[in-house]
Ligand binder design. Sequence first.
Ligand code: MN
Length: 422
Amino acid sequence: MFSAINRKVKRMALRHQKRKRVVFISDTTCRDGAQMPGIRLSPDAKVEIAQALADAGVHSIDCGFPAAGPLEIEGVRAIAGRVKGPVLSALSRTKIEDIELAAEAMAAVSPLKRAITLFIGTSPIHREHKHNMTKAEIVDTAVRSIEHASKYFELISFGPEDASRTEPDFLKEIYEAAIDAGALSIGFTDTVGILTPRKAAAAIRHIQDSVRNIGDAMLAVHFHNDLGLATANSLACVEEGVNVVQGTINGIGERAGNVALEEIALALVLHEDEFGRKSQVNPARLHAISKMVSDLTGFEPAANKPVVGRNLFRTEAGIHQDGILQNPDTYMPFPPELIGAGPVEVVLGRHSGSAAVKHHLEANGTEATEEHVRMVLDFLKNEEHAPDDMAEVEGFLDRVRPYMTIDEYQPRRNGAKVSDSA
Ligand code: MN
């Protein structure tokens, strides 16, 4: 167990961290994300993801749950041995054997970067149906596990599972006991993704106002997206002053997934005026990491997924195309370059207008006469039959067909006309 002096030094360092105007981003793509049905990540794939997250500026990484089995241990070991920079954490139940496994798997990490996250279900339904334990037994188990973990770990997080369905007074009690026992971070978890922003904020306010020793621990949140509110909930908690937001890339995870970190990171960049705090994540890396995670997991986000969906910078609608060809900002909330994405794509389809057709004709070296434009539009809007006068233009169909697939152009900013397709 660490000494009283050691503890004092750690608390001082922690208070310094808490004063920073920063929202620390914690990633659990390789653990909670990888629990998504059908996803299998090899240890090497986990290392690749973790390293990309480290390079992007993520503060801490949940490497895995060693008690889940040998392959999981291999993944944790691989990250622990090869990824440098962020705090690396292993997940563990409040059981001696889990803690021992976590300590073993994390042995390669330097003491000040090596963390363990202990969890136990605290809600009535978890207490009664999963653990069959009283409140006092739950608190006692949590405290003893923290004490045992402090033999191996300087950095201990405690996360009550299903916190959002736990009685606020019991949460307060167990957080206070955990912090007294040596936890440097406590988590508020919405394990089943049931909260709304207002209720999430109220829960955090209650913790901030009532937990006697909250100044001695970082406060982290972990939201699931069952109601599509994970991002809004996390940001509501940021407003209430939480220090850490944990989530996954592309929002992968159990059921509707975890909060998508790219959404949190970008919201903090675009609305710094509102939140007053930024994350340390470089937004320009977000698109590439999203792509990497979708390639390695085989799970591609929906085309309309916020921030990283493939439709974010594509449009087929005539009025939007016309605006975007003059200046992409007309119909885009942020430039693709901000997240390392792009170029903008103008798609030809039945909703397209003459501006997009002209653009594509010129880009492909075809004279954009009024007649040509009209013929292409007729064709696009009546896909099932080509216009009667099609035959008038030699090879017309052959020239139009490529436009039916997605074409790309590099937008020019400052109101300049977009003239070329790269
Ligand atoms: Mn979770």
